[in-house]
Design a protein around this ligand. Structure first.
Ligand code: AMP
Length: 280
């Protein structure tokens, strides 16, 4: 595996590979890699000649300084994991390489998708995400880029941003990887004890319950029932929302939408977790 920390050197190397007609699959991550990330890299590897992974804890997408400070960092282990699945190129930049004139978000038009759910609770978060991914796309210039449905709203926003700025990059979404009990894999799970991870199962259990009971209730009744289940657990609910998965707008009647999805953010022991499932 080749490792780059400088964007110009990486672009130069990739341009050479492009002249040899190699296709490039790109997976941006913030590191502390788990099987969810590795599933994306394996897909990038199998569908392209060259896989490129970035590890960068992007300061502009954190609206909470403490969260940024506590975000797990594990480069040594990440490098070994990526080698073990034959990743071709790792990009491991410093903040100054990504933000030469200071870590600030660009103002990028995101169609209002950035204001819903995660955007409402983490102001500025998606401006930071769109800024860093746009920068990565211009450095790497991949044929395709792989994102997890774990961050479904992010996936939609990246599709929107890429359609406007990088129409030649294909954005591919992959299903959520869960542990054997159903907890969505997340780098933040590293901060939880085994007991807390079991308590956190209330998230997936309540979302699964919603999936099985969708048509027995109206969307707002279903949200209220799910919220109650979380309030009865060890978790602290931030939001639960049922929305049209194409535009993230709330649904009043099931008949108003073809594709409904339920989203949740909840806290346990100071760790913020998110999850979502498709209802239909
Ligand atoms: P992160 O390192 O959290 O920024 O995530 C990097 C990429 O991995 C994003 O596209 C995430 O959506 C994806 N990802 C994170 N966790 C999972 C998971 N449990 N299953 C599938 N993809 C995931």
């Amino acid at each position: 595996m080749e490792i780059f920390s400088n964007s110009d050197a990486l672009t130069k190397r990739l341009n050479l590979l492009k002249t040899e007609s190699k296709s490039i699959g790109f997976v941006p991550t913030m590191g502390a890699l788990h099987s969810g990330h590795l599933a994306l890299v394996k897909q990038a590897n199998s569908l392209n000649d060259i896989s490129v992974v970035s590890i960068f804890v992007n300061p502009t997408q954190f609206n909470n300084a403490e969260d940024l400070k506590k975000y797990p960092r594990n480069n040594h282990q990440d490098i070994e994991l990526l080698k073990s699945i034959n990743c071709d190129i790792l990009y491991l930049p410093e903040v100054a390489d990504i933000y030469p004139s200071g870590a600030k978000s660009e103002s990028i038009e995101l169609g209002g998708l950035e204001l819903e759910m995660e955007g409402a609770f983490r102001p500025g978060h998606f401006d930071g995400v769109a800024t860093v991914v746009s920068r990565f796309f211009s450095i790497v210039g991949p044929n395709s880029a792989y994102f997890g449905e774990k961050d479904f709203q992010q996936l939609l926003i990246i599709k929107y941003m890429a359609a406007a700025r990088y129409p030649n990059i294909k954005i591919i979404g992959l299903a959520i990887e869960r542990n054997e009990k159903g907890l969505a894999l997340s780098s933040r799970n590293e901060r939880l004890s085994e007991k807390e991870k079991d308590d956190a199962l209330a998230i997936y259990q309540s979302l699964s319950w919603a999936m099985q009971n969708t048509r027995n209730y109206t969307p707002s009744q279903l949200e209220a029932m799910v919220a109650l289940k979380i309030e009865e657990s060890e978790l602290e609910l931030e939001y639960v929302e049922i929305v049209n998965e194409e535009n993230l707008k709330p649904i009043e009647n099931w008949d108003d939408t073809k594709k409904a999805r339920i989203f949740m953010a909840a806290h346990i022991s100071g760790v913020r977790l998110i999850d979502n499932v498709s209802l239909f």
